[in-house]
Design a protein around this ligand. Structure first.
Ligand SMILES: NC(=O)c1ccc[n+]([C@@H]2O[C@H](COP(=O)([O-])OP(=O)(O)OC[C@H]3O[C@@H](n4cnc5c(N)ncnc54)[C@H](O)[C@@H]3O)[C@@H](O)[C@H]2O)c1
Ligand SMILES: C[N+](C)(C)CC=O
Length: 505
């Protein structure tokens, strides 16, 4: 598909319609693969947050919730399925916008759109099943009482999301929140908001009741912060950096507002000496170079058994040289640009600091020579790394992998856990018992065996330690937006009998 000459000019999506931002300001949209400004998005501020939250509150309580929050799950499922169908219809167009906005290869963006549609369909099914799970009885030790559980939507939720998988990360929150009966205000990243705004258009097309989903674009400090601190927002679900996550937690704590946080990572991939080297190399590449390494769960610390380290690195360099780095719209592109100039400079600084600290840039580390414009960085392989180096400790969020060797399983696990993060980890070995042992020993929310990165909507996603808490996807994702209410009934004809009745005289 050819790139459109201009991207759609959208307003903020509030109360089922488009609105210009209150202060009339807009932010430029830069295609990171060409550095050309291709349009702009509205810059919402506290005034717009106020309107969006108010629209979401109205939608939550409208007609006593009969049309949304207390409607049968099948009603909400119908809308979610309609959204999924539209996403599928518009897959090529949405993928194109995602690529123009973020620099990711078009094939990856198309895959993301399939995952977006699948996520809406999955939570449509869970919305339908929710009614059947209401009033689940609780077994009590006293016959005079009966107890059951109601699962109710939490209320109005604020959803704040990052730029690396713009529509997909938003969908991981929007789909379960709506399935649960919540109404929502979505604030995508200012660096890539185009497809999230298109989601607003889709909601209007399918006739989603006004205010159920509101989408406000803008800067984190101007639009995200007032959303997080708004007293009428009942929960914040956040995906982004650990630093912003900390700020959100502090803000939310003032109102004892629940938060779920999906934060950064510095995940390990352990490779033993009993593997097919080329197969393992491909997973190592996918684990750290897919989406130009801008993946929260990127396995960016590679731990190699010393017996295969040399051969593995030779093959890794050979494979890395063969990656097609190009305009992300070109067929077969496997490494596009990173998302922005700021991200490009940040990654380059990580590489130069690694060099200054004494690490070896075995391959890459620079702009590809054949690309004169755009924020492209070669796949970068760094060796001679010590555990005190920044490159070992901090999340780069770019196509940069650092490597250490190990001798024993114990040493591998110690190195794997030598991080403040705890999002993911991976192990590759033909000894499956060893893989099982290691999957228990790695301190993270996700472990992959003999692969890295596959992600399924049915399985829980989230981290430990400074990678956050709470789980998205699967049933856990729905539970994020449900409040559990205990209802207990006294069902005996007898008086309770704790107090002595007063005399009738
Ligand atoms: N754990 C996961 O599932 C997961 C998934 C994707 C990305 N991430 C993480 O996201 C990070 C990259 O994303 P990013 O650079 O967009 O993160 P970021 O923290 O800079 O921004 C995330 C979102 O928060 C908003 N924001 C910024 N400051 C804010 C504030 N003070 N109050 C409220 N909102 C604010 C931003 O506008 C954006 O919408 C990486 O650390 C990555 O690991 C985690
Ligand atoms: C889970 N994933 C890989 C789609 C997004 C994390 O950044």
């Amino acid at each position: 598909m050819a790139a459109p000459s201009a991207i759609p000019r959208r307003g903020l999506f509030i109360g089922g319609g488009w609105r210009e931002p209150s202060l009339g300001r807009r932010l430029p949209v830069v295609n990171p693969a060409t550095e050309a400004t291709i349009g702009d998005i509205p810059a919402a501020t506290a005034e717009d947050v106020e309107l969006a939250v108010s629209a979401a509150r109205d939608a939550f309580g409208r007609d006593g919730g009969r049309h949304w929050s207390r409607a049968p799950g099948a009603v909400r499922a119908k809308y979610l399925k309609a959204i999924a169908a539209k996403i599928k219809d518009k897959k090529s167009y949405l993928a194109l916008l995602e690529t123009l906005d973020s620099g990711k290869p078009l094939d990856e963006a198309a895959g993301d759109m399939e995952d977006v549609a699948a996520c809406f369909e999955y939570y449509a099914d869970l919305a339908e099943a929710l009614d059947g799970k209401q009033r689940a009885p609780i077994s009590l030790p006293m016959e005079k009482f009966e107890s059951y559980v109601l699962k109710e939507p939490i209320g109005v939720v604020g959803l704040i999301t990052p730029w690396n998988y713009p529509l997909l990360m938003a969908t991981w929150k929007v789909a379960p929140a709506l399935a649960a009966g919540c109404t929502a205000v979505l604030k995508p990243s200012e660096l890539a908001s185009l497809t999230c705004l298109e989601l607003g258009g889709i909601c209007a097309e399918i006739g989603l009741p006004p205010g159920v989903l509101n989408i406000i674009t803008g800067l984190g400090t101007e639009a995200g912060a007032p959303l997080a601190s708004h007293p009428h927002v009942d929960k914040i679900a956040f995906t982004g950096s650990t630093e912003t996550g900390k700020r959100i937690m502090i803000t939310a704590s003032q109102m004892v507002k629940p938060v779920s946080l999906e934060l950064g990572g510095k995940s390990p991939l352990i490779v033993f000496d009993d593997v097919d080297i080329d197969k393992a190399v491909e997973w190592a590449m996918f684990g750290c170079f897919a989406n130009a390494g801008q993946v929260c769960s990127a396995t960016s610390r590679l731990l190699l058994h010393e017996k295969i380290a040399k051969r593995f690195l030779d093959r890794l360099v050979a494979w890395a040289k063969s990656i097609k780095i190009s305009d992300p719209l070109e067929e077969g592109c496997r490494l596009g640009s990173v998302v922005s100039e700021g991200q490009y400079k940040k990654i380059m600084k990580f590489i130069s600091t690694a060099r200054c600290e004494g690490a070896t840039i075995l391959y890459g580390g620079a702009r590809p020579q054949h690309l004169k414009r755009g924020f492209f960085i070669e796949p970068t392989i760094i060796t001679n790394v010590s555990t005190s180096m920044q490159i070992w400790r901090e999340e780069v969020f770019g196509p940069v992998i650092c490597i250490k060797e190990f001798r024993t399983e114990r040493e591998a696990v110690e190195l794997a856990n030598d991080t403040h993060y705890g999002l993911a980890g991976a192990v590759i070995s033909n000894d499956l018992e060893r893989c099982e042992r290691i999957s228990k020993a790695i301190q993270s929310g996700i472990v992959w065996i003999n692969c890295s990165q596959p992600c399924f909507v049915q399985a829980p996603w989230g981290g430990n330690k400074r990678s956050g808490f709470g789980r998205e996807l699967g049933q856990w994702g729905l539970d994020n937006y449900l409040s559990v209410k205990q209802v207990t009934k006294y069902c005996s004809d007898e008086p309770y009998g704790w107090y002595r009745p007063p005399s009738k005289l």
